[in-house]
Ligand binder design. Structure first.
Ligand code: ADP
Ligand code: MG
Length: 580
């Protein structure tokens, strides 16, 4: 891997700092991972967007007059955690007449942003959200998570931002955002992949003469892995897919020719040239063209084409003044507008709930020691299998699962000494909060939910019995299903969790106890993970591949199998020690 970086751990913070230092009159830092307008206008709806970083200038480059009020960035390609989205909302909610979240349709983003919206609503913020799903490369069906949100999101920022700037109500700004979503379609192609710095290897591979047609903005596979074609043929295929999906006949459109990060301007111009010719032949009038790196995928050599079907309202909103780092329209805002200084939300991305070191005696709860050992063992297992889990996430995801899990459980392990006096339920609950906050993506809130539900089940337990562990797992599985809408058979972590639960219940029925029961459950989880290989994914990123997800093992199911194995190993060691 050759990149202009210092170390993979520093990338996100240095990117934010670089942008803020370069454009101090437009944007300011509210926290390490949250960018707000340098001059914030009160008395309007605040627009908040974000997601994993690596798509610059999205989204921090769209913070500014007439566009976003705040952008929150997670680790490269990983959704920001719930508490970070909450912090972004907190940074702009005071003085606003409501908050609209613009979410791209990825499980991690949807779950984290929706959970944060609920917290804000409970705190009295008038808040709503929209989900952008413009990628026609992905089959849309009620059985899957639907389409990915890609470059069309920029048009949502622009039009909803203009409506918000004009003083429209939250309901009105949301209506505009939804109108854009209903009228915008995108598809992309790549000829060379991108490498997530922390992964160190490209997310997919292409031979010199190959292309990935329909690629996602995280390097997710598309509709066709095929031999290279001339640029015009690629443009024709992409436009055929877009025009086949929505009726643009006789419409005026806004055309976006987006570079994926590694595509030079002269190549984008060749794409734009053909796109204009094809649209002219079809009688579709291009009212505006936007060309350049607007929603990138690190250094990927690719491009996408977006068409927004316009009416008078949308065309007016596109033409309204905007002054953001990566999008300018008309004159800069008049300084006489009522302004409020940028807020200082001093929480940082690294902020896990602060824990005062405790001198408390070890907990009287015998289960607490076992839980602490188990959390330690899980962290070791995630470290040991980090590369393998990340590699499983390459062909059907975005190459980060092992990195996510190791980062989260390493933080849990670091937290353990400070929790010496805590009971088992508190330990699991604190660990859950750390996982939610540190892992991000979709696995963070999902594993966090599992652990929070388990913690609730363990409350007041003198000693966590196998029956209580099984009840906790059952309630955790229900929590994951409720949060992310999946079910066993969808090729997710549930496909390892549910067999583990069944095995535990079976052991309880048959009077099998302790380590043996946990070992059987760990085997069932591992078998469940193996059994995901022939499944077609219906949830999570892998679902975007449709049938092409067949033949690959689900990363989340695999990490759960390792977690169960670590728990079983712990129980076995403790029992062995006790009887020696
Ligand atoms: P992301 O997909 O955000 O990159 P990770 O790579 O860390 O997050 O986790 C991916 C895993 O999350 C998948 O392998 C799958 O097991 C799990 N997952 C995704 N969506 C769901 C869902 N709706 N229900 C249960 N598990 C899911
Ligand atoms: Mg992933």
């Amino acid at each position: 891997m050759k990149k202009f970086i210092n170390s993979p751990q520093d990338v996100e913070r240095q990117v934010v700092d670089g942008y803020v230092k370069a454009y101090p009159t437009i944007i300011a830092k509210a926290a390490d991972d949250i960018v707000v307008r340098a001059q914030r206008k009160a008395g309007k709806v605040a627009l908040v967007s974000g997601g994993g970083m690596g798509h610059e200038p999205a989204h921090l480059g769209y913070v500014g007059y007439g566009m976003l009020d705040a952008a929150v960035g997670g680790a490269i390609y990983t959704s920001p955690a719930v508490d970070r989205v909450e912090a972004a909302i907190e940074a702009v909610a005071p003085g606003s007449t409501g908050v609209l979240l613009v979410i791209k349709n990825y499980t991690g983003d949807v779950v984290n942003f929706k959970m944060a919206a609920e917290t804000a609503r409970d705190a009295g913020v008038d808040i709503d959200y929209v989900v952008v799903d413009d990628d026609v490369a992905v089959k849309d069906s009620s059985f899957t998570v639907g389409r990915r949100g890609v470059a069309g999101t920029c048009f949502v920022h622009k039009c909803a931002g203009a409506a918000a700037e004009a003083g429209e109500s939250l309901a009105e700004v949301k209506r505009v955002a939804e109108k854009v979503i209903a009228n915008v379609r995108t598809m992309g192609v790549a000829i060379e992949p991108c490498t997530v710095p922390a992964a160190g290897k490209p997310g997919f591979t292409l031979a010199d003469d190959e292309m990935e047609m329909g690629v996602g903005i995280h390097g997710e596979p598309g509709v066709r892995h095929a031999a290279m074609e001339p640029a015009d043929a690629m443009v024709d295929e992409i436009l055929a897919a877009i025009l086949g999906d929505l009726d643009y006949a006789g419409s005026r459109v806004a055309l976006m020719v987006n570079g994926a990060g590694g595509t030079p301007p002269y190549e984008l111009a060749i794409v734009a040239n053909r796109a204009h010719d094809v649209l002219a032949e079809r009688g579709i009038a291009v009212a505006r063209t936007y060309m350049g790196p607007l929603m990138t995928s690190l250094e990927m050599r690719g491009f996408s084409i977006t068409l927004l079907r316009l009416d008078e309202e949308l065309e007016g909103l596109l033409g309204a003044p905007a002054h953001a780092v990566a999008w300018t329209e008309g004159d800069a805002p008049a300084a006489a507008e009522p302004q409020v200084a940028a807020p200082a939300v001093n929480a940082s991305a690294a902020a896990v709930e602060p824990l005062a070191p405790t001198d408390a005696a070890p907990s009287a709860d015998p289960s607490a020691a076992l839980v602490a050992r188990a959390l330690h063992a899980i962290a070791d297992a995630m470290d040991a299998h980090k590369d393998e889990l990340t590699e499983l996430d390459m062909p059907i995801g975005d190459s980060d699962h092992g990195i996510n899990m190791a980062r989260g459980f390493d933080a849990v392990r670091e937290q353990l000494p400070a929790l010496a006096g805590a009971d088992a339920s508190t330990l699991v609950n604190k660990a859950a909060m750390t996982i939610i906050s540190k892992v991000g993506g979709s696995s963070g809130p999902l594993y966090g939910t599992l652990m929070r539900k388990m913690a609730r089940e363990f409350k007041g337990c003198q000693k966590i019995s196998l029956a209580e562990f099984a009840r906790g797992l059952k309630s955790g599985i229900a929590g994951i299903e409720e949060l992310a809408g999946g079910a066993p058979g969808d090729k997710t972590m549930l496909d390892a969790m549910v067999p583990a639960l069944r095995s535990l219940e079976d052991s309880l029925d048959r009077g099998i106890s302790g380590a043996e029961a946990l070992e059987a459950a760990a085997r069932a989880a591992a078998d469940g993970a193996e059994a995901t290989i022939p499944l077609v994914a219906r949830k999570g990123r892998a679902s975007y591949l449709g049938k092409r997800s067949v033949g690959h093992k689900d990363p989340g199911a695999t990490s759960f199998a390792y977690i169960m194995a670590a728990i079983a190993r712990c129980e076995r060691e403790v029992r062995t020690c006790a009887t020696e």
